[in-house]
Design a protein around this ligand. Structure first.
Ligand SMILES: [Zn+2]
Ligand SMILES: [Zn+2]
Length: 213
């Protein structure tokens, strides 16, 4: 909760600063509040969920910084037992939808929140199966919240692709019909072993959200 309050305070400070900067212009010159908000680039806040190796954290933050102007390692959160799937007694797997419900508490108007975990994550009653393991999940299209796991992807390159795919959803992209695009539906497979690029259309959308891909 501390992080959420900090982000909100920061948001208020930023808005106050914007108003202060435009304070000299006449009323007719002042942009509408909605136009001002559009200029604020949200910060991608990465939270680790459970124990995450330092080199993994560093690799994801370095890759993120190379493609997005504002990002930070925002905090470390425990993996709540309440998010464990009840459908596996032999294996600890956390429900990605419930982890997103934890992450959403840290979201503010000026942030995008993404959770990184080493734990296995999955969904119950997904694709006609009682339980499935997955690589990542956005809380919804354009909601600005997502979680991803290093349990299934092979190597940091694939892991970063999973992160970008879920951030794509979090920013507003749906699955892409282009089979060369990394926003394609994984359909239970791992498309990131074949592609690590966005198609021109998805790239253009992400560019409008300040991503350099
Ligand atoms: Zn997807
Ligand atoms: Zn695409």
């Amino acid at each position: 909760m501390i992080y959420k309050m900090k982000s909100r305070n920061l948001g208020i400070l930023l808005l106050s600063a914007l108003f202060a900067l435009t304070g000299c212009s006449s009323k007719s010159d002042a942009p509408a509040p909605s136009a001002q908000q559009k200029t604020v680039v949200p910060t991608v806040c990465v939270y680790t969920l459970g124990k995450v190796r330092n080199d993994l954290q560093r690799a994801m933050m370095d890759s993120l910084r190379a493609h997005y102007p504002k990002c930070r390692l925002a905090g470390h959160l425990p993996l709540p037992d309440s998010a464990l799937t009840t459908k596996r007694n032999d294996h600890r797997r956390y429900r990605a939808d419930l982890l997103n419900k934890v992450l959403v508490r840290y979201k503010s108007d000026t942030t995008i929140v993404v959770g990184l975990t080493q734990a296995d994550i999955g969904l119950d009653n997904f694709r006609g199966r009682p339980h499935s393991g997955i690589m990542g999940l956005a809380n919804g299209i354009g909601t600005g919240v997502a979680v991803f796991s290093s349990y299934r992807p092979r190597g940091n390159g694939q892991l970063f692709s999973v992160m970008l795919h879920e951030l794509g959803h979090a920013q507003g992209l749906r699955h892409c019909p282009d089979t060369k695009c990394m926003m394609q539906n994984a359909n239970g497979g791992n498309p990131f072993s074949k592609t690590n690029v966005f198609c021109e259309k998805c790239k253009k959308f992400m560019a409008s959200k300040h991503w350099r891909l």
